[in-house]
Design a protein around this ligand. Structure first.
Ligand code: ADP
Length: 157
């Protein structure tokens, strides 16, 4: 059983994130989307809300699961027998940060591979923060996020 862990803030999950889960689900037997805490970010949605949205948005993928975790991704991966950490990469600007995280993770757990996946081109510029801003100003967001997430965002503002 090849298990991959896809960690992130998912505040909220976008169609770009879902696209990455779909791709990872084709490569691995099971993909666990891991809603975590990024100390550098102030979250709009609570951990429970983010987890619920991830579950709803990935419900169509049979081998996708979701969970939350407050620790390091590598520790979760070891505990749940994950062999890979999935990260999505959009532009070159993502690379620097992803490289640092991947190298640090591999220092701690050399046998766990980081797998970087590109989303479909049409999602390659999407960020959760831009979507939050559009929603805050009452703009159309339906093209960027799953319907279930759009509903929750509208409730928020
Ligand atoms: P984090 O706070 O860990 O960066 P995010 O929720 O912002 O969490 O992102 C989780 C992962 O998904 C990261 O690897 C990020 O680069 C990737 N990602 C974010 N948006 C997209 C997108 N539109 N397409 C592909 N990957 C994405």
């Amino acid at each position: 059983m090849k298990i991959a862990i896809y960690p992130g803030s998912f505040d909220p999950i976008t169609k770009g994130h879902v696209n990455i889960v779909e791709r990872a689900a084709q490569l691995f037997d099971k993909v666990i989307t891991l809603v975590g805490v990024n100390v550098k970010k102030n979250n709009l949605f609570s951990e429970e809300e983010r987890l619920e949205m991830v579950r709803l948005a990935t419900a169509h993928i049979p081998n996708a699961e979701a969970d939350t975790w407050h620790g390091l991704t590598v520790d979760y991966a070891v505990k749940h027998k994950g062999i890979a950490i999935i990260r999505g990469i959009r532009a070159v600007s993502d690379y620097e940060y992803e490289y640092q995280v991947a190298m640090t993770n591999s220092k701690m757990q050399p046998e766990i591979n980081t797998v970087l996946l590109f989303p479909d081109e049409k999602y390659s510029y999407l960020t959760s923060s831009l979507i939050r801003e559009l929603a805050q100003h009452g703009k159309e967001i339906e093209d960027f996020i799953p319907d279930c997430v759009a509903e929750k965002l509208r409730e928020k503002f």
